[in-house]
Design a binder for this molecule. Structure first.
Ligand code: TNX
Length: 512
């Protein structure tokens, strides 16, 4: 009562107070109880790490360093990481010792007392996910990129047990329509990891641009990368830059899935190599946003020699078990050519030791392998039925996950062919709405970038909708509730600001 009165007198709004007393965790954990008292991080706090093997300890040590770096910036402390399974009072302890297989790869248990903070997981990956929760338990200033003095770095006594509902929770970034430099992609990966996103799908090629160096096919980047939607300069990632992105993501326990979109969405390739066209002539590059006009020649061996060069090199630089082969909107490919093409390319991908992901209707091809994954984006009654019958895993990307669409009619950015997707729409759905009774691997939010030019544009469309989608993938349907989510998202505003995210203050959440 006294503190309420004090807040009233000095004018701290109730919401600000709620934010410090009841940390708003996004996505919502399986269970969370707050106890009495709190743990305080001070300049003498260390992070203790211990794994079941020396190798695992080394891995957790690196995760501890990422956490220490994060904490040291706003606190101004010099928190260090210590390899030891005997944590002293006053410290944070990250360990897989005592973790159980029931936690799965990403699950964790977090126990904070006045004495210490203990995070236990079955795998180091679970510790990384748990650290994101730990950070959300601290005051919002923990997200600042400069020292914030006078803050008490408290973690309320907490008992949290958590693990995800779906094991694939992805974000696709289209770097073909507009190109984004490595640092901007890394920044989005880092931000997404804080909401426990664990897959980044890079849409590397499309009609308007080819964005990945292929050494055996230099014209793909010499010619095919040189422009983008609207006629800007475009660009591409060298293979070393791509590997750099992959490593950066891997440090955050995020898998990067590269996409080479085929047989449609291939104008940049057709513009780079004349031999890929029926008349042997290079197509002009295009900077408009039409879809469905381009195709590789499904009946030409020249095509498959090209595809093999590309897949071979991508397979070499990409550690993911998957290569996404596109397969969407091949409106200029006949049905039988499409059927044949998907089968041929599936074989090539498999020969290079990778499995296929494809947009619907790639699952309908007679050549689709049962260990291929379907990305079901239409989510109609018929899309995905082949995949289901073949026992394929399915990633769902319904309109609710189309974060390239406008929020509202008057949104300055975004397309609108799938409707307006405000934050409520991005939250109130379930993967089983897309397809039921199937083997759903998880969800993916898609940032197509026809209207996205700058980093701020990306932030605007991604946030807060990615947070909503992330909770749909992580938290079970029965634990999800719009009003509860909205309350936690309201608290998240100051954190997003502190992180430097130029999010859209959706009026359905932040009442103007
Ligand atoms: C359709 S969705 C596409 C993309 C466009 C998007 C625009 C899908 C698999 N293909 O080529 O960028 O619409 O929203």
């Amino acid at each position: 009562v006294f503190s309420l009165l004090l807040n009233f007198v000095i004018g701290i709004p109730d919401t600000a107070k709620a934010a410090t007393n009841t940390p708003a965790i996004l996505p919502k954990p399986v269970s969370y109880t707050i106890g009495t008292g709190e743990f305080v991080i001070t300049q003498s706090t260390s992070i203790y790490v211990a794994g079941n093997t020396a190798e695992e300890t080394d891995e957790i040590y690196k995760i501890g360093q990422i956490l220490a770096n994060k904490l040291n910036v706003p606190t101004g402390f010099n928190i260090s990481v210590i390899k030891s399974d005997k944590p002293q009072a006053g410290n944070i302890y990250l360990t897989t010792m005592g973790g159980t297989s029931s936690q799965g790869n990403e699950g964790y248990d977090l126990n904070a007392t006045t004495d210490k903070v203990t995070l236990t997981a079955y795998k180091p990956e679970g510790i990384f996910r748990g650290n994101q929760t730990l950070i959300q338990l601290l005051p919002a200033d923990i997200e600042k990129s400069a020292v914030s003095s006078g803050v008490q770095w408290v973690i309320p006594s907490s008992t949290i047990s958590d693990k995800p509902t779906y094991s694939y929770r992805g974000l696709m970034i289209d770097v073909a329509r507009h190109f984004f430099p490595v640092d901007q992609i890394k920044r989005q990966i880092d931000l997404a990891s804080q909401y426990k996103i664990n897959k980044i799908h890079l849409h590397l090629t499309d009609d308007q641009g080819w964005r990945i160096e292929i050494k055996s096919r230099p014209d793909l980047t010499l010619i095919g990368s040189t422009t983008q939607v609207g006629g800007g300069a475009g660009g591409y990632y060298t293979q070393d830059q791509f590997k750099d992105i992959v490593n950066y993501a891997a440090e955050r326990y995020i898998e990067v899935i590269p996409e080479i979109d085929m047989p449609g969405h291939t104008n940049a390739a057709l513009a780079s190599y004349g031999e890929l066209n029926p008349d042997g002539q290079r197509k002009p590059m295009r900077t408009d946003i039409q879809v469905g006009y381009s195709t590789l020649m499904a009946q030409s061996e020249v095509t498959y020699a090209f595809v093999e060069d590309v897949i071979r090199e991508v397979a070499t630089i990409s550690p993911s078990p998957y290569i996404h082969i596109g397969g969407d909107e091949s409106n200029s490919t006949t049905a039988s050519d499409y059927d044949y093409f998907i089968g041929r390319v599936t074989n090539i991908v498999n020969q290079y030791g990778k499995k296929v992901v494809g947009w619907d209707p790639s699952d309908t091809s007679s050549g689709t392998a049962s260990d291929s994954i379907l990305q079901n984006w239409h989510c109609t009654a018929t899309t995905g039925t082949s995949a289901k019958a073949k026992g394929m895993k399915i990633i769902v990307s319904p309109a609710n996950a189309y974060i390239d669409q406008k929020y509202y009619n008057d949104s300055p950015l975004g397309l609108s062919w799938r409707g307006f997707i405000n934050t409520n729409k991005a939250y109130t759905w379930d993967p089983t709405d897309c397809i039921s009774g199937a083997n759903i691997y998880g969800t993916e939010s898609t940032l197509w970038t026809e209207t996205v030019v700058t980093q701020d544009n990306m932030d605007y469309l991604i946030y807060p909708r990615l947070i909503a989608n992330a909770e749909v993938g992580w938290t079970s349907k029965s634990d999800r509730n719009w009003d509860d989510f909205k309350g936690r998202l309201i608290d998240q505003a100051v954190r997003m600001q502190n992180k430097g995210i130029k999010y859209f203050a959706d009026p359905i959440v932040w009442v103007p």
